[in-house]
Write a protein that binds this ligand. Sequence first.
Ligand code: HEC
Ligand code: HEC
Length: 257
Amino acid sequence: MDLNAAALTRAIARGKHLIETRVSCNACHGADFGGGVIVEQVFVGRWVAPNLTLGKGSITREYTAVDWDHAVRHGLRRGGRSSSMPSTDFTNLSDHELSDIVAYIRSRPPVDKDLGSVKFGPVLSFLLAFNPDMLAAAVIDHEKTHAVEPPQTAPTAEFGEHLAQVCRGCHGRNLSGGELEGDPNMPIVANITPHETGLKDWTEEDFIRALREGKRKDGTAISNYMPWRAYGQMSDAELKAIWAYLRTVPPVEKGNH
Ligand code: HEC
Ligand code: HEC
């Protein structure tokens, strides 16, 4: 039996699960990881996510482990300049999770596609000049060391806190939700802390149903802006862990982030 091959197969499966449920690299980099145009508008600019496969136009061909770490967890391009990828969502991934993600991306067929580089038009250049914190690299603590392993997979608040990192991008640092700037069609983000204006009366069952079926406690539909279809594919242990963690956070009134 080839132990290395077996280990790689497991790493690829873990990376696939991670990407499909939690860190949707392909929401931006394309379903086949060949790259994607996120925004292309005259005044705003051209926001493109590069080709991560090994085909023509690949940005990752020469990548070392350090380059992957910089790109995904630090928001830095190869060479050290700040990138416009929202790496704040990924900065708490453990080494093991990152290498699983890379194993999965590396296992994908090469795609020949070169979308060119990101170009900021006047609107984004103006915004960035006054809000340098818009770039992940400006807010990430680059000195902080990363865990080698994620917390053990079990329905514990500790593992849940690790998983819930990806909720903060929209629900806010303290998870109390509120209006999010950027996309005017996005509904007001819900409060998922145990406050009256949040999930105080919810049970674990209500929560799991919300993420698996996209329905609130009262049966109404949750908008697709909330990525419940992806999260709903998490395992029972993962969803229970997030719920266990959400019960431990301080209750905060909606929109207070
Ligand atoms: C919200 C969209 C989005 C998501 C989600 C996203 N990326 Fe990116 N990524 C980008 C954009 C945009 C760039 C180009 C940034 C730039 O050049 O300013 C980029 C650049 C990169 C680069 C190249 C960095 C360099 O050297 O120039 C890598 C590697 C990368 N992303 C990997 C990933 C991985 C792995 C994931 C999932 C864990 C991921 N991305 C998730 C948008 C995204
Ligand atoms: C891309 C933004 C985004 C991310 C990331 C996100 N959410 Fe949401 N979430 C929303 C929005 C927007 C709503 C409100 C949807 C609506 O009003 O239909 C919402 C609603 C919810 C609801 C329903 C609550 C209610 O009372 O309506 C739950 C539960 C929830 N989110 C949990 C989570 C969890 C857990 C995570 C992380 C694993 C997460 N969300 C990540 C945007 C997001």
